[in-house]
Ligand binder design. Structure first.
Ligand code: SAH
Ligand code: SF4
Ligand code: F3S
Length: 466
C-alpha cells in the first residue's frame, strides 16, 4: 500500500524538480539573503529553503545589498518577532526601488495569519512572493512564476495532511542537525498562536526518521535534535500507536550517532516510559527542556496547561530520582493576564525548588485570535518588567550553583565553535547542555573531546582539554 500513499509526494517533488532545472538559467551566479526568525522549526525549514535555492544555482550572501533574492522566514509567537520583520521590510523597500529585479519573499508562521497577509498586500506591495508553513516545497514553482511574470504571488494553505519530505537541504552545521519528528500541535494553551499557524499534529513514520538520521550520520553528524512542539505525543495518531519512548530506543541503536536531544516535552503527558528511555538510552542526553510557564495554579489553569504546580513538581521529583544527573531547563511567561505579584512569587518559588540550569523567560505578548488576548486584566508593562527582572536576578545564583557542581569533573564535550569573544578558545557543550570554553584549535570543531572543568562563571564553564 505504501506506494499509493507515496504517489502524490513523488509527483509534487518531481514537478518542483522541473522548476528547479528551469530556474538554473536565472540562478547561476546569483545570490540570496536568508533571514530566519523564531524557533528550531523555522531553522530547519530555512535549511530546506537554502537547499532548494542551492540547487537552483543561487549562493548565500549575508549582505542584503548584493542579493538577488531576499527571504524572511518569519515567526509570530511574540509581537517583537513580528516587529522585526516590519522594521526590515522598510529597509528592503529602498533596495527594491534601486533594483527592480530583486525578488522579496516572505514565508513562515506569520504568513499563516490573514491579517498579516492583508497588511502586506496593502502596505508592502513590493513583496513578490508569500507562502506559508505547509507548502515550503512549492517555492521553486513560485519563484519561477514570479521571475517569468513579475506578478505578486500569494500561496497560503490552511492545513495540510501530507508531509512532503526529501527536500534538498543545506545544513548549517556539519556535526549536528535538527530532525523533524512531528509537525503542528493539538494543544490549546490559551496564550499561544503556534497551533493556528502550524496546524494539527502530524507525526512522521518512524522508518523515515531513522533513515534520515542514518543518512545524517554517514554525512558526519554526531548529534541530532528531534523537533516537535510536543514530542510526548509523537505517534498518537498512528494505528497501532507508537510512543516517543520507542522512537528514542530505535534511534539509540543507530551506529555512529553519539548524542540525541529533543524538544519540546509538554509536562502534561511525559510518561514513565519516557523517563525510563532517557535513563537507559546511552545516547540520549541527560537534559530535559520541560516548560512550566508559571508556578501559580490559577495562572496555569487560565493558560490551559492541564497540570498543576504540584503535579509538575511531582514529575520533576520522579525524573530526578531516576536520573540524578539530569539538568532541567524551562520556559516562563511573565505577565499573563490577571497575574498578581503573588502568582509571580509562586513562579519564583517553583523555579528555586526545581533548580533549572537555564530558564527562557518571556514577557507575555498578546496574540490576536488566542483566548488569552480577550481576557480582562492585561498587566501593565512596567509591572511586567519588574517581575521579569526579579526572575532573572533570582536565576543567576541558581545557574552559578549548577555550574559550580561541574568543577573538578572530566566530561565529554562536543566542540561547536570558536568562542565569540576569544579566538584562542573553543566553545562546546556537555551532554547535560552546559556550555564550556577551553583552549584548543579550530580543527576540533565537530569532535567529541574530554575536558576537565577548572572553573565557572554564571553562564558558562572554563576547562582544559585532557
Ligand atoms: N511547544 C512548546 C512551546 C513553543 S513556543 C511548549 O509547549 O513548550 C515557545 C515558548 O514561547 C513557549 O514555551 C512560551 O514560553 C513562549 N510563548 C508562547 N506564546 C507566547 C506569548 N503569547 N507570549 C509570550 N511568550 C509566549
Ligand atoms: Fe503552544 Fe502549548 Fe502547543 Fe506549545 S503545547 S505549541 S505552548 S499550544
Ligand atoms: Fe515562531 Fe513558528 Fe516557531 S511562531 S516559535 S517560528 S513554530
Amino acid at each position: 500500500m505504501s506506494h499509493v500513499a507515496d504517489a502524490p509526494q513523488t509527483r509534487e517533488l518531481d514537478i518542483q524538480k522541473e522548476y528547479i532545472e528551469k530556474i538554473k538559467q536565472y540562478g547561476a551566479g546569483k545570490l540570496y539573503n536568508l533571514n530566519t526568525y523564531g524557533c528550531q522549526m523555522n531553522d530547519r525549514d530555512s535549511e530546506k529553503i537554502a537547499g532548494m535555492l542551492g540547487e537552483m544555482g543561487y549562493s548565500e550572501t549575508q549582505n542584503k545589498e548584493d542579493a538577488d533574492i531576499i527571504i524572511f522566514n518569519t515567526c509570530c509567537v511574540r509581537e517583537n518577532a513580528e516587529n522585526r520583520l516590519y522594521g526590515n521590510l522598510g529597509k528592503v523597500k529602498v533596495l527594491k526601488e534601486r533594483n527592480k529585479n530583486l525578488k522579496v519573499i516572505l514565508c513562515g508562521c506569520m504568513m499563516q495569519q490573514d491579517i498579516v497577509v492583508d497588511k502586506i498586500k496593502q502596505s508592502y506591495n513590493f513583496v513578490d512572493i508569500i507562502f506559508g508553513t505547509f507548502n515550503i516545497y512549492r517555492m521553486p514553482g513560485l519563484i519561477f512564476t514570479a521571475l517569468e511574470t513579475g506578478d505578486q504571488l500569494v500561496d497560503i494553505w490552511k492545513e495540510h495532511e501530507e508531509i512532503i519530505e526529501d527536500l534538498p537541504s543545506r545544513r548549517v552545521f556539519k556535526f549536528k542537525a535538527g530532525v523533524n519528528i512531528m509537525y503542528g500541535c493539538n494543544n490549546r494553551c490559551s496564550f499561544c498562536i503556534v497551533p493556528f499557524v502550524r496546524g494539527r499534529e502530524r507525526s512522521r513514520p518512524m522508518s523515515d526518521i531513522i533513515e534520515e538520521i542514518k543518512n545524517l550520520v554517514s554525512d558526519g553528524v554526531k548529534e541530532v535534535m528531534l523537533l516537535g512542539q510536543n514530542v510526548n505525543s509523537y505517534g498518537n495518531t498512528f494505528r497501532p500507536r507508537v510512543s516517543f519512548a520507542s522512537l528514542l530506543h530505535e534511534i539509540n541503536k543507530i551506529e555512529g550517532l553519539e548524542r540525541i536531544r529533543f524538544m519540546t516535552s509538554h509536562p502534561k503527558d511525559l510518561s514513565d516510559e519516557l523517563i525510563e528511555a532517557i535513563a537507559t538510552c546511552d545516547k540520549v542526553c541527560k537534559q530535559l527542556h520541560l516548560p512550566v510557564q508559571s508556578g501559580s495554579n490559577d495562572i496555569l489553569k487560565k493558560m490551559r496547561r492541564i497540570y498543576t504546580r504540584e503535579q509538575y513538581l511531582e514529575l520533576v521529583k520522579k525524573i530526578k530520582a531516576r536520573i540524578p544527573d539530569i539538568l532541567l531547563t524551562t520556559d516562563i511567561i511573565v505577565g499573563f493576564p490577571t497575574e498578581t505579584d503573588e502568582d509571580n512569587e509562586d513562579t519564583i518559588s517553583l523555579m528555586k525548588e526545581v533548580e533549572y540550569s537555564n530558564a527562557y523567560t518571556f514577557i507575555y505578548s498578546k496574540r490576536e485570535g488566542t483566548p488569552a488576548a480577550i481576557m480582562e486584566d492585561q498587566i501593565p508593562e512596567n509591572i511586567i518588567k519588574e517581575r521579569f527582572n526579579k526572575i532573572l536576578d533570582m536565576m543567576k545564583p541558581i545557574t552559578l550553583k549548577i555550574n559550580r557542581k561541574q568543577i573538578g569533573k572530566t566530561v565529554k564535550v562536543l566542540v561547536e565553535t570558536v568562542s565569540k569573544n576569544d579566538k584562542n578558545l573553543l566553545t562546546g557543550r556537555l551532554d547535560n547542555g552546559l556550555l564550556v570554553h577551553f583552549k584548543g584549535c579550530e580543527s576540533l570543531i565537530g569532535e567529541i573531546v574530554n575536558v576537565h572543568i577548572d572553573d565557572c562563571k554564571t553562564f558558562y564553564l572554563m576547562g582544559t582539554q585532557t
